[in-house]
Design a protein around this ligand. Structure first.
Ligand code: FAD
Length: 529
């Protein structure tokens, strides 16, 4: 092993989750020299294990988190407009019935109990309506439709709910493909000059006269590299304190609570495109969301988590909890046999209290250690997919005194790669591609445009007939797509492609997955960067 490849950066970022890549994109676009190391695949931590919503967080209103909700609500449409391929509006149905107790121990419910003891900490119908009106107005909406009270048609085939749910509410939030979001932010950062290094672990960082010396180990080759930077950013999510203690060897300590959240994926539970927002007897909420056409995504749980080195998965208890939750609402009972996949992630919540996991704020906290301004370190605690862009701007604000020549805020009106079209132009792009490349089937075109947006044109450049697409693996997957992700999206392992750049792992058979693994192993040299 040797030290080589000396390189100097203004900013070096530890962690290639949404927080790290958002800061890389923002600061590279301001003209700063940025390096980022991710010890595994991009987005392989919490950022590919979320519920995949750009949401204001309706539930947080109960906890008086008005600042967070307002910022998140405003962001939904900004983000939707900048990535209309991987994000789209969703409608949520919140069913209501006196048969289910909508209890909560939130500050709002406790307050209500004082004035209306007979409510006993319940969430009355009018309170939810009021919360939704607030949700509609706090962030301002131009694209998303408002909330409304609804009568649920119980006798239609499409209604999966038990018959006693006859009324409820509908409101809007947005879907986002979280792991593609990370990849696209990284691509954009790279196109603006950032050096993005997946599968590179920061093993040591030491202060030196005007900044930091950062030692990075390539986890594939075990090669060590040394980098120098003025500002070090610790965006390692759940590992934030590990990095402070073991990588930076600092005594600095801020309280962080690790809370595991799991999701299950079942075969499709109902035949319409709306989601359900289900309130549980324990005061928690669970979403059901139509997923990858053939499936339903159900989540999430909240379980205290300790061991970041161990294998992270959805436990049998968590599966049972989610199934029981849904079975309270749906007529057709779902069993463990219906579960086709599950995943788990760890929320790194910034926590100064002994509150319950549900009650801890989902807001972020930026902690700048100035070290007499010579070796500044920015530690990032908490955060959400929804607030990644605002977090990156706020992070820059904290350190702008170090970079007086850096450019202004710029990301609000800028699209991510492939997202340079209007939200309601999606169907037109699909039709245009279908027309120009009439040898492609519609399923493939839809999937490509949902994943790569207008980059689909670049991927298909020079393709004149089906034979030009390369090896066929099944489920609308051809080799040209894998080649693109190896060349431009840092795919080096089959899981990167099957479970993060796409979700084709859900659809391909074991034999087909083996073929993809072999193909990627043989073609990994195509990587451009
Ligand atoms: P991560 O994505 O975990 O990234 C940190 C990265 O640092 C990791 O990839 C890790 O490998 C890397 N790393 C660690 N140590 C090192 C090192 N020494 N060297 C190099 N790399 C290192 N938010 C929303 O807005 N909407 C939602 O619907 C939503 N749902 C959620 C559901 C669940 C169950 C959970 C757990 C979270 C959810 N969130 C949601 C929150 C959101 O997912 C997280 O806040 C966000 O993904 C955190 O991103 P991050 O970059 O901070 O952390």
């Amino acid at each position: 092993m040797s030290d080589h490849n000396d390189q100097k950066f203004d900013i070096f970022i530890i962690g290639g989750g949404i927080t790290g890549v958002a800061i890389a994109r923002d600061t590279a676009g301001r003209g700063l020299k940025v390096g980022l190391a991710e010890m595994s695949d991009l987005g392989s931590g919490t950022s590919s294990a979320s519920t995949k919503l750009f949401h204001g967080g309706l539930r947080y209103l109960e906890y008086f988190e008005f600042k967070l909700v307002k910022e998140s609500l405003k962001e939904r449409e900004t983000l939707l407009s900048s990535m209309p391929h991987i994000s789209w509006p969703l409608r949520f149905v919140l069913p209501y019935s006196k048969k289910i107790s909508f209890k909560s121990d939130s500050p709002t419910s406790r307050l209500l109990s004082i004035f209306m003891p007979w409510a006993k900490g319940k969430r009355p119908f009018w309170l939810i309506r009021l919360a939704l009106l607030l949700y509609d107005s706090l962030g301002g909406r131009k694209i998303l439709p408002p909330s409304k009270s609804i009568q649920i048609k119980t006798d239609t085939e499409k209604n999966p709910l038990k018959k006693y749910f006859t009324r409820g509410f509908e409101y809007s939030d947005c879907w986002v493909d979280d792991s593609r979001l990370v990849t696209l932010c990284a691509r954009d950062a790279h196109s603006r000059g950032a050096k993005i290094m997946p599968r590179n672990k920061v093993v040591e960082a030491t202060k030196f006269e005007n900044g930091w010396i950062v030692k990075v180990k390539d986890v594939m080759s075990e090669k060590l590299s040394t980098f120098y930077c003025k500002l070090l950013v610790n965006a390692s999510g759940p590992w934030v304190q590990n990095v402070v203690t073991y990588t930076l060897k600092s005594n600095s300590y801020l309280s962080i609570r690790l809370v595991k959240g799991s999701h299950i994926v079942t075969k499709r539970l109902y035949q319409h495109e709306k989601c359900y927002f289900l309130l549980g007897k324990d005061g928690r909420i669970v979403f059901t969301i139509p997923y990858e056409n053939d499936f339903t995504l159900i989540g999430t749980t909240e379980v205290a988590h300790k061991d970041l080195n161990g294998c992270l998965n959805c436990s049998a208890d968590e599966k049972r909890y989610l199934l029981d939750f849904v079975n309270e609402y749906f007529d057709n009972q779902v069993t463990t046999n219906d579960v086709v996949w599950s995943y788990a992630g760890v929320r790194p919540l910034y926590d100064k209290s002994s509150k319950s996991s549900s009650a801890i704020s989902r807001d972020y906290f930026l902690h700048l250690e100035k070290n007499a301004d010579k070796s500044p370190l920015l530690n990032i605690y908490g955060g959400k997919i929804t607030t990644h862009r605002k977090l990156a701007e706020a992070a820059f604000k904290k350190v702008e005194y170090l970079f007086p020549k850096a450019g202004n805020d710029w990301t609000e009106a800028s699209s991510l790669p492939g997202g340079d079209f209007k939200v309601n132009d999606y169907e037109n792009i699909v039709s245009d591609i279908q027309y120009k490349f009439n040898f492609l089937d519609q399923k493939l075109v839809n999937r490509l445009v949902r994943s790569y947006g207008t980059d689909t044109y670049n991927m298909l450049e020079s393709k004149k007939q089906r034979e030009d697409l390369g090896q066929y693996f099944g489920s609308s997957l051809y080799a040209f797509e894998i080649d693109w992700t190896i060349k431009t999206e840092w795919v080096t392992h089959a899981d990167d492609f099957l479970w993060r750049r796409t979700k084709l792992g859900l659809k391909l058979s074991q034999t087909q997955i083996k073929l993809v693994e072999t193909y990627i192993r043989k073609h990994v040299h195509l990587l451009k960067y």
